[in-house]
Ligand binder design. Structure first.
Ligand code: M6R
Length: 622
């Protein structure tokens, strides 16, 4: 979950790493630190508790000089957020310094051994153990040659269990940096006369779009004046060409918005549109299937679909479940990845397994997918946003969502784009299986292509009203979100958005379940957010549920279809969305309203919208 960066070049490194860390702060913000190799060959470290802004202030008072450096922003796992526990960590002699993302599972055992060998520890972290191990192995090693460096590193790695990406420097190595990857992301950026390392692409974008993804169990050596060299697990050099990331550096900036989340909500229409581009028409079908890496014969043999995801991506997956059943007539089940990996589900022959993830680094989703891959019966694919991420290497095919980097911890545009990818995938599969006729396919895709503009309309037209509602309800102690059928997952997603950024307790419920318990919560203090667009088949039922809530004194905010005045008397306030021919697209429009509402409540409460407490953008540990 932590952000790590490294730099080797000719420029002053600390300001560059500070900028990189700011771009990775969504990965964790409990503490931060930078270490430079000074021109005199010493290691100079600055660490602070809290956010990067604190580190920036500290560096203003005490600038670091050096053009080889590493940095870290932490999401605490082992040891509370404190200066001692902040990265970078060093060994007792201060000869080695490193930053780490991940967890060293056998650190206790390793620490006991080191204590017996008279090492002294300053922190409670698993990471510090690594600094001591490196120091031992480097002292045992034979200088700073490529062979000596790599063999010292390999001797350390042999002792470790767990998941990690590491950036390491040593006084003995001089102007060289090592990067290591196992089950946590690491990417190299190739600049002009400089090389960088980062856990995510956004940190590299101001310097270069030219990147090389490091694979599991690989070591990369950054050295002065030459291209970084990658070594595989057996120490052999690997020749991997670089690739260009199709992301603009501006995508990772706020662009005039106060918060990334607000900007990203408004990027929803563009993300949806870009995800559809050159994929939505019948003539694009072959290309779409090629990206997803599913053959027509396999599609014909499909018997069911399993969708694996966490959080917001899981809610998109739940909508996918309805779509597969409605359009492709395939039984589908969305599974919470963290539950799936410990349930004794069997993947039967003829199962298509789809993992959905913005980051492509969510540990549970990756583990669940690995489990599925063990059974050769499953055809696997991912719907992923982060280019080159771990998940993309675990699946046979990847249908990329084209959102650009999502920085706000609350996922918004990624959800919208995940829906776009699901529409494409399910329609494609339905078409190949003959579950929908060519005319129907054309009609649905026509409306699919109109969704970005309808979404733009929703965002622009409803925002003033949503802001007024946010003002009115910002003090609410709790919220109930109700929806049915395709809008039930949106109710869950709306509730998740509100709780994660505004810290108001919210529950999403299938409206039909209200009478089975949650109705007991309803009174004038419990506002209810109802998703009740007219095109929905279950409109009448939803209306009855709203009547029942109102009869118990609830103030109701209802998302309704433009022109439908029949809910005006039941709802306290309505927010209108455009008329749709196909109810399957309602989730996109309704979700946008719930995103805006959560955003404005949190903003009005003066909370840290982009970096809510206790959270990190990618949950790369279990
Ligand atoms: O990167 P992923 O899509 O795999 O992340 C999954 C969840 O961690 C993520 O959606 C999380 O629930 C968000 N904070 C929700 O806004």
């Amino acid at each position: 979950m932590c952000g790590i960066v490294g730099y080797l070049g000719k420029k002053q490194a600390a300001p560059l790493l500070l900028d990189g860390l700011k771009r990775l702060e969504y990965r964790g913000y409990d503490s931060a630190g930078i270490c430079v190799l000074t021109p005199q060959g010493d290691l100079d470290i600055v660490r602070v508790v809290g956010k990067i802004a604190g580190l920036e202030e500290r560096l203003r008072a005490r600038p670091l000089e050096g053009s080889v450096a590493l940095g870290h922003s932490r999401w605490a796992t082992h040891g509370r957020p404190s200066e001692e526990n902040a990265h970078p960590h060093t060994d007792c002699k201060g000869g080695v310094v490193l930053v780490h993302n991940g967890i060293i599972e056998n650190y206790q055992e390793l620490k006991e051994g080191l204590l017996k060998r008279k090492h002294k520890f300053r922190s409670e972290t698993d990471t510090e153990v690594l600094a001591h191990l490196f120091e031992e192995e480097i002292s045992r090693g034979n200088g700073a040659s490529e062979t000596a460096v790599v063999s010292s590193v390999r001797r350390v790695l042999k002792q470790l269990r767990g998941a990690y990406s590491l950036v390491v420097m040593s006084k003995k190595w001089g102007r060289q940096i090592i990067g290591i990857r196992k089950d946590c992301p690491l990417v190299v950026g190739l600049g002009a006369g400089e090389s960088l390392l980062a856990s995510d692409i956004p940190a590299l974008l101001p310097f270069t779009k030219n990147v090389v993804f490091i694979e599991d169990n690989e070591i990369v050596l950054l050295r002065e004046g030459r291209r970084p060299v990658i070594f595989n697990g057996s120490g052999k050099a690997v020749n991997r060409p670089s690739q260009e990331v199709p992301w603009d550096p501006l995508m990772a900036e706020k662009g005039g918005y106060k918060h990334f989340m607000h900007k990203e909500i408004f990027e929803g229409p563009r993300s949806f549109e870009d995800t559809l581009r050159a994929r939505s028409y019948e003539e694009n079908l072959e290309a779409l299937l090629a990206e997803a890496a599913i053959r027509r014969q396999e599609i014909m043999r499909l018997r069911r679909v399993t969708i694996l995801a966490c959080g917001t991506a899981y809610h998109a997956g739940m909508i996918g479940e309805y779509l597969f059943e409605q359009w492709a007539k395939l039984p589908a089940r969305a599974e919470i990845a963290s539950e799936f990996r410990y349930a004794s589900r069997s993947i039967e022959p003829g199962t298509l397994t789809v993992a959905i993830s913005q980051s492509g680094e969510t540990a549970d989703t990756i583990a669940a997918m690995k489990l599925c891959r063990k059974t050769s019966a499953s055809v696997t694919m991912g719907i992923v946003n982060q280019i080159g991420s771990t998940l993309t290497r675990q699946t046979r095919g990847t249908l990329y969502t084209r959102c650009g980097p999502e920085i706000g911890v609350a996922s918004t545009k990624a959800f919208v784009a995940q829906l776009a990818a699901l529409y494409l995938l399910v329609l494609g599969i339905a078409r190949v299986r003959g579950a929908i006729a060519p005319v129907q396919f054309k009609e649905i895709t026509r409306e699919l292509c109109e969704i970005p503009n309808k979404l733009r309309w929703v965002l622009q037209e409803t925002e003033p009203r949503v802001m007024a509602l946010a003002q009115e309800f910002q003090q609410a102690k709790g919220f109930l979100y109700l929806g049915r059928h395709l809008l039930y997952p949106v109710a869950l997603e709306g509730a998740l958005k509100l709780k994660e950024i505004s810290y108001i307790h919210a529950e999403g419920y299938a409206a039909g379940e209200m009478k089975h318990g949650p109705i007991a919560l309803i009174d004038s203090e419990m506002p209810v957010f109802c998703l009740a667009p007219r095109s929905s088949l279950i409109y009448e039922k939803m209306r009855s549920n709203m009547e029942e809530a109102r009869a118990r004194g609830a103030r109701i905010i209802a998302v309704v279809t433009k022109g439908d005045r029949s809910l005006d008397k039941i709802a306290h306030q309505t927010i209108v969305t455009p008329v749709l021919k196909h109810e399957e697209f309602e989730p996109v429009l309704a979700a946008a309203v719930t995103q805006l509402f959560a955003y404005h409540v949190a903003r009005l409460k003066g909370l840290d919208v982009d970096q809510p407490r206790n959270l990190a953008k990618s949950v790369t540990v279990e």
